[in-house]
Write a protein that binds this ligand. Structure first.
Ligand code: UD1
Length: 364
């Protein structure tokens, strides 16, 4: 059996790493299971892509479509054109996509039109916010998917409500957490740890890259101003995504406790998060990691596609509402943040379960 695995953007790489490892192990056990890794090139900077391959021991891609950046339509179209040729030249039995980035949706459409089955890892999650390109990617991908590998009971419920037959839904757990648990002992202090004199639990980490937060000048200014003021007693480390950097460059927002750094690799970033007093973010994936590491997380979004991180995890949604942000800081600074629990099957074995399912489905 030949599986083509798709990865395109930073949040995909930590998801494919354990899947590739599990497939390689199954093959070593004698099963007829092979993969071909296709990188669409949606992310191409070393610090958004190459570093993750090196640190997480991901084999080099068999093909790179090198699509790079563009508008939503330009990027999606470029991936589709590139992947159609790739599939023509390298036919497979199954295309496996992960997450919710443009590469996920674009390759799903191409695969189905070529008559190839699609497996979606992290299927079924929904924020309900149609202003997010990722929500559209999730809906389109899941409307075409054949095998839905899910991370939570909420995802299972969403899919069941959409009429997806139970026989197509495989609740296997969270591959992003497989990678986190495997690499926890290898996390590394970043260089800024010493240069800024950081101490455990005495700093915060912030990431912002959602268009709703970073594409409009006043919105971004207001948010950063409020956060550095409320967190004035803590250094705030801010690894800046290229999208955010574009707008920040003209703004001259300088504060003593705000430290801009380049995007960090996986081992450095998660070392910082693991030891932080709190995380401030508009990412979805990071809220899963903070839940598992029991780090307080304030999410600067109005909705989440990962409700378990709020319901049983350490995450709280505040959006861009200044009152909610102030309330969250009050709770945080008073030392009364909630204790989290770890969601079901976020145990480091999701990729093994997924591969076992494939062996059953394809009777290998
Ligand atoms: C993408 C994903 C988002 C994910 C995020 C993580 C979609 C719709 N969005 O958003 O879900 O959370 O990745 O990073 O797929 N750029 C570079 N170097 C690169 C890549 C991008 O400088 O290697 C710049 C480009 O100028 C581009 C901008 O960053 O215009 C945004 O990149 P893009 O891939 O369009 O979306 P992200 O915001 O990264």
């Amino acid at each position: 059996m030949n599986i083509t695995i798709i990865a395109g953007a930073r949040p995909n790489f930590m998801k494919i790493a354990p899947i590739i490892e599990a497939i390689t192990n199954k093959k070593a056990e004698g099963f007829d299971i092979n993969y071909r890794l296709v990188h669409t090139g949606q992310h191409y900077d070393k610090n958004l892509s190459g570093t993750f391959f090196e640190e997480l021991d991901i084999p080099l891609p068999d093909a790179n479509l090198e699509v790079k950046s563009g508008t939503q339509a330009e990027q999606t179209a470029a991936i589709m054109i590139g992947f159609e040729k790739e599939l023509e030249n390298n036919p497979c039995n199954l295309v496996m996509v992960v997450g919710d980035v443009n590469s996920t949706m674009a390759c799903t459409i191409v695969a189905k039109k070529a008559g190839i089955n699609v497996a979606h890892v992290e299927a079924g999650i929904r924020s309900g916010d149609m202003d997010m390109p990722e929500e559209i990617n999730r809906i389109v991908t899941d409307s075409l998917t054949d095998y839905f590998f899910t991370t939570s009971k909420y995802a299972n419920e969403n899919l069941a409500n959409l009429g997806v037959p139970k026989s197509k839904i495989f609740f296997c757990g969270n591959v992003m957490i497989d990678t986190l648990l495997k690499n926890k002992p290898r996390l590394e202090k970043p260089a800024i740890w010493n240069s800024l004199g950081l101490e455990k639990q005495k700093y915060m980490v912030m990431t912002l890259h959602r268009p709703s937060n970073v594409d409009e000048e006043n919105q971004l200014k207001g948010l950063i101003n409020q956060i550095v003021t409320l967190g004035k007693d803590y250094p705030i480390i801010f690894p800046v995504h290229p999208r955010t950097k574009k707008l920040l460059e003209g703004l001259n927002l300088n504060f003593d406790n705000l430290h801009y750094v380049e995007p960090l690799g996986y081992l450095n970033f998660n070392y910082l998060v693991k030891n932080a007093f709190a995380m401030l973010t508009d990412s979805g994936g990071i809220t899963e990691e903070t839940t598992v590491m029991n780090v307080p997380c304030i999410t600067l979004r109005d909705s989440t596609e990962r409700p378990e991180t709020c319901k049983i995890g350490t995450n709280v949604l505040v959006g861009s509402d200044t009152d909610k942000i102030a309330d969250a800081f009050k709770t945080l600074l008073s030392g009364n943040w909630k204790q989290g629990q770890i969601p079901e099957l976020w145990d480091g074995k999701a990729a093994q379960r997924i591969t076992n399912c494939l062996v059953d489905i394809y009777k290998l």
